[in-house]
Design a protein around this ligand. Structure first.
Ligand code: ADP
Ligand code: MG
Length: 695
């Protein structure tokens, strides 16, 4: 392996490359754009484009693409060669400022949720200069946002950039109230921990459900699951280690700060965590990470499963979204700090998050909604769909003391006054971390743990940035109008703790008692995607997105509808796959097996021996086979009765209420048959093979 300093970022047009290759004034102008979110001057763009092209050609690139993230959560690219014809039948390799800054994408097949009719198919892509261009597979990739001609966001990056801007605006207002005039910019930082499964490619290829749905739709439990806890942090298997080493190398070349790797809870499950970066870059890098995981796995005869629940009975995969806010002066606003002044400021930012999460529980839940994630949330392995905040006992006690105006019973005996006293030191702990909580404070950041493993992290961060911006806007309005800042600050914090403390819960989120308690507290229950996604267009939610200019009502409607449509279509694909596997694989195999058992029973009988166990087995097999056939007929009926796709809400509701339960019934009988059938007759690899074969 090459030395790290030769390897890291070798395929990235990053700051040091720009410094080397751009004329000084171009470099400075570009930096102004990057640091201050300014518009890029066309002349600057053309110098940058030329330098970028030369660099890309030297690094073996032949094409360029505007790399963007449409609303179906994958990344899209259309490659253009650098060539331009000149006289004499020759070509030169060119790349203009215009081509760098703006592209046209005829992307009529990408979902737009009614924002763009197919006859107005074209949209345009715009460079996001805060995320470095990079080379992947000999293609220069330029991270871009994708909008319709009338400027509506058709992608995941546009609203993310807008939400970062909104948070910046409001957070800077607050910092100026605290006299921090040197803070001119606040940026959200994100570190997404990515979970995934690896299965053997040869086994994967034999299962239509893995091929079409990305998850198993059948499969009886293996004799061993995760009950011994021997996989989590366990020694990494040789084949997996080779995969991880190559993945790291590929990611480092792309400038992704791949840092931590380990085995996760379920057998065949693993995790990679990068070092955090600014939110839009973290999002781009997470998309790249998922792509590389799939690609590199193939090179090792493995398949990487990013689905939220590939296997029943063992944990599914999520993505923990670590989130904080940093000033341009390098200060983490969720760091409790070392002085009374910092303590007060920290408490205000902390309170802004508590208020935001309480006011917009529904939006946070909607931001992680998908068919795959529904299988995982609330299943005693991942946070429930009710959102709450874990603060830890120390911090909760401080807030309670503030609210009651009483002594803080911890280390200090005196009453704590905001702005006068420092927060007592509380451990930046990993010990009392509550893994059941959807939203946990972990010392100097929040960790939103409900995200699905295959989703773009954009949606969740768009919501987080926007709702915290809204708390900060209200706080800034109130504090800017106050005569006595310190008193007003104290009142505001205490009042908000009172109003929003119902969202704080430090106990076990998996327990039944919590469900009851959460109901008593009036928290929001949105158990499925069909319940959650319509929240995007609730009046209060349209209002918060519009106030901060993050998403318009039409853009919100499009996101809601695309999500519901995708949900319904995913269930449809899964149901069709199930029927295909039952009719063309499971039933024929089981009937053949039953026939052979019958033949054996007969033969043994003819030999003068009555094999009662054989008769019993046969009758159990026949009964279960009939039940499976019946369940499959019911599922087919349910599918036949499905409504059209015109109204995604109706379509999704039907698939949830009618088709999902019919699928569950089919699975019960198929899994029972798997356990009664001679292994050599079973038509595809089973859980014991899929989960334990990669060594
Ligand atoms: P732990 O392993 O205890 O969860 P780590 O320190 O390893 O915590 O961090 C987990 C993830 O959180 C990593 O991606 C890390 O870079 C990220 N992270 C750490 N600090 C911040 C922060 N201030 N803002 C956003 N992400 C952060
Ligand atoms: Mg963590």
């Amino acid at each position: 392996m090459a030395m790290m300093d030769e390897l890291f970022g070798i395929n990235v047009f990053n700051d040091s490359v720009m410094r080397q290759r751009l004329p000084q004034e171009t470099y400075r102008a570009l930096h102004k754009t990057i640091d201050e979110g300014r518009r890029l001057d066309p002349q600057v763009a053309s110098v940058v484009a030329n330098a970028m092209k030369d660099w890309a050609l030297e690094h073996g690139a032949t094409h360029y693409t505007h790399w963007f993230q449409p609303l179906n959560s994958v990344t899209a690219e259309k490659h253009d060669a650098f060539i331009s014809p000149v006289s004499g039948g020759k070509v030169v390799q060119e790349f203009s400022g215009k081509e760098l800054v703006r592209g046209e994408a005829d992307a009529s097949s990408l979902p737009s949720g009614g924002l763009r009719s197919t006859f107005e198919a074209r949209g345009y892509t715009t460079w996001d200069p805060t995320s470095y261009a990079f080379i992947k597979d000999r293609v220069l990739c330029i991270p871009t946002a994708y909008c319709s001609y009338s400027g509506e966001a058709l992608d995941k990056k546009t609203p993310l950039l807008r939400s970062m801007e909104a948070l910046n605006r409001q957070a800077v207002r607050i910092l100026h109230l605290f006299g921090r005039m040197d803070a001119t910019r606040v940026t959200p930082t994100v570190g997404p921990e990515q979970e995934y499964f690896l299965v053997d490619k040869n086994l994967f290829d034999q299962r239509s459900d893995l091929i079409f749905a990305g998850r198993t739709l059948f499969g009886a439990k293996a004799p061993k699951g995760q009950e011994l806890g021997d996989h989590f942090f366990g020694t990494i298997q040789t084949r997996v280690q080779a995969f991880m080493a190559e993945l790291n190398e590929e990611l480092w070349k792309l400038g992704v700060l791949a840092k931590t790797e380990h085995n996760e809870t379920a057998p065949a499950q693993h995790e990679m965590a990068p070092i955090y970066s600014i939110a839009n870059v973290a999002c781009d890098h997470n998309q790249l990470t998922m792509e590389m995981m799939k690609k590199v796995a193939r090179r090792h005869d493995l398949v990487c499963l990013l689905d939220e629940k590939p296997f029943a009975g063992v944990n599914g995969s999520g993505k923990h979204n670590n989130w904080s806010m940093f000033t341009n002066t390098g200060y983490n606003l969720l760091n409790p700090g070392d002085s009374p002044h910092e303590s007060a400021q920290f408490l205000l930012f902390l309170t802004s998050v508590i208020k935001a999460v309480d006011d917009y529980q529904d939006l946070l839940r909607a931001s992680v909604a998908s068919a795959g994630n529904d299988e995982r949330l609330g299943g005693f392995e991942a946070p429930p769909s009710v959102i709450s905040i874990f603060l830890g006992d120390e911090l909760t006690e401080i807030l309670e003391a503030l609210e009651a105006g009483s002594d803080y019973s911890g280390r200090e005996k005196s009453e704590m006054t905001i702005g006068v006293h420092m927060l007592p030191k509380f451990p930046k702990d990993t010990t009392d971390r509550n893994r059941t909580s959807p939203f946990a404070f972990t010392g100097n950041k929040f960790e939103f743990r409900s995200l699905g493993s295959s989703a773009s992290i954009s949606d969740a961060n768009v919501v987080l940035n926007t709702i915290v911006a809204e708390s900060l806007r209200q706080f800034a309005d109130e504090l800017e109008a106050a005569d006595d800042f310190r008193n007003a600050l104290h009142d505001l914090i205490v009042r908000n703790i009172k109003e929003h403390k119902r969202i704080i819960f430090n106990g076990n989120n998996y327990s039944d008692e919590w469900r009851k308690e959460a109901e008593k507290r009036g928290l929001t229950f949105l158990d499925s995607t069909v319940d959650a996604l319509p929240c995007y267009t609730a009046e209060k939610n349209i209002s918060v997105f519009e106030i901060h200019k993050v998403l318009s009502e039409a853009e919100l409607r499009s996101r809601r509808d695309i999500g519901l449509d995708a949900y319904a279509k995913i269930i449809n694909i899964e149901a069709e796959t199930m029927l295909m596997m039952v009719r063309r694989q499971i039933l024929p195999s089981v009937i053949r097996f039953a026939g052979d058992v019958a033949g054996s029973v007969q033969k043994i009988g003819a030999a003068g021996c009555a094999l009662q166990s054989g008769v019993d087995q046969l009758s159990a097999l026949c009964g279960e086979t009939d039940s499976l056939d019946h369940a499959a007929v019911c599922l087919a009926d349910a599918l036949n009765g499905k409504p059209g796709t015109e109204d995604p809400a109706v379509f999704a509701r039907y698939m949830h209420d009618r088709v999902l339960p019919a699928m569950k019934e089919v699975r019960i009988h198929a899994d029972a048959l798997e356990q009664m059938t001679d292994k050599t007759y079973w038509p595809f690899p089973t859980y014991d093979e899929l989960l334990f074969s990669v060594r």
